[in-house]
Design a protein around this ligand. Structure first.
Ligand SMILES: Nc1ncnc2c1ncn2[C@@H]1O[C@H](COP(=O)(O)OP(=O)(O)OP(=O)(O)O)[C@@H](O)[C@H]1O
Ligand SMILES: [Mg+2]
Length: 365
């Protein structure tokens, strides 16, 4: 049961995994997913994402802990009864079968009639824009085409749970965006529960109900995309998701919702204490580039200001990207919308910038 009293459809309970009996590549993982959720695992290479999918699919066993599917430990459910569709990181199509046979296979196993099979195979191939390729063998397809077939095969039998490991990695931008849309649409329409793995954070943010950010075998934060981006729990998540400005300093005072941080360069700034708890503690203060104001007339009440020097101004059409020297850091970036009242600055100009204390998060150092 999760906190809301609903039985979780997928649950990892204190799961650990070691391949060699010494190092843990998954460390005390807890995760609970309701039915129909689209959850993405995002994180650096080697952080344990594929290992988690493999354990959920039953191809690897957990060293400790338990994984449950619909309330039942998966150890007790034989693979063909798990109803899991999978797209592996390497596509793993059956080489001796044609594309159509690859797709038909999971339907035959489930004893679907021939005419239904044909209709479902056609629909799945059309979904991935591969309708013309039914008679080819995998070796006669490009990498991206094989990837699309693998995706179609995982979805063709309308499984309750789909696991996808970088299913769009080999596709060009346009096709990739089309498939992102198709996958989420299908998953939501059919009520499929999805665990999706990607390196692409835009993909993670745009497709998912929740994102689990992995690092070093642990979930660093599990949250809906907007919360993850706007309220990172720690420095790793703040740096990993989106662009981020970091200022280093020491906590000088904490009172409730605000703290004062003495930056290493000497300035005192006000921030929101997120995971600092003591005066004297070192902290990384994190602020998003679009939360910084450079037009002092637009500054809101309660904002505080700092001096800055313009190092670079880049016109990007819809936005301006200005790089500043702030408190001794030369990589401080501000993004502003292209608007008549936003300045187009020149290198060397000395300006004031400002932001609201609540947009400025004091995190672990
Ligand atoms: N079969 C295996 N035997 C031994 N070690 C393994 C095995 N599979 C994975 N590992 C190790 O476990 C760790 C986690 O690997 P995993 O494949 O889960 O990472 P990942 O997050 O999927 O990475 P990527 O983004 O590169 O796919 C890595 O250090 C990897 O070297
Ligand atoms: Mg992987």
């Amino acid at each position: 049961m999760d906190g809301s009293g609903n039985a979780a459809f997928v649950a990892f309970e204190r799961v650990q995994k070691s391949y060699d009996g010494e190092t843990l590549v998954v460390k005390d993982l807890n995760l609970s997913m309701p039915k129909g959720e689209f959850l993405t695992m995002l994180g650096p290479s080697g952080s344990g994402k594929t290992t988690c999918l493999m354990m959920l699919a039953g191809f690897e066993t957990a060293t400790h802990g338990e994984i449950k599917l619909d309330g039942q430990s998966i150890n007790n459910i034989p693979p063909h009864k798990r109803g899991i569709g999978m797209v592996f990181q390497n596509y793993a199509l059956f080489p001796h079968m044609t594309v159509a046979e690859n797709l038909s296979f999971p339907l035959e196993v489930r004893k679907i009639s021939k005419s239904d099979r044909e209709a479902k195979v056609k629909r799945a191939l059309d979904m991935v824009q591969m309708g013309e390729f039914g008679n080819r063998r995998p070796a006669q397809l490009s990498g991206g085409q094989q990837q699309r077939i693998a995706l179609a095969r995982a979805l063709v039998f309308e499984p309750e749970l789909v696991l996808m490991d970088e299913p769009l990695g080999a596709l060009d931008k346009q096709l990739r965006e089309h498939m992102q849309f198709e996958i989420t649409r299908l998953a939501h329409n059919l009520g499929i529960t999805t665990v999706y793995v990607t390196h692409d954070q835009t993909e993670a943010l745009t497709m998912s109900d929740r994102v689990a950010v992995f690092d070093d075998g642990r979930i660093q934060q599990l949250a809906p995309p907007d919360k993850l981006y706007e309220e990172p729990d720690n420095s790793f998540v703040a740096q990993f998701i989106g662009e981020n400005n970091t200022l280093l300093g020491k906590v000088e005072e904490i009172s409730g919702e605000t703290c004062k941080v003495r930056l290493d360069s000497g300035e005192l700034i006000v921030a929101k204490p997120v995971n600092v708890s003591e005066v004297g503690e070192r902290t990384r203060v994190s602020i998003r580039p679009e939360r910084v104001e450079m037009n002092m007339e637009r500054l809101q009440d309660g904002a505080f200001t700092l001096k800055a020097e313009v190092l670079e101004f880049i016109y990007m059409g819809d936005i301006y990207r200005t790089r500043l020297r702030v408190a001794g850091h030369e990589d401080f970036v501000v993004k502003t919308r292209n608007a008549p009242d936003q300045p187009r600055l020149k290198p060397g100009e000395r300006i004031e910038i400002g932001w609201l204390p609540e947009d400025c998060r004091a995190l672990d150092s």
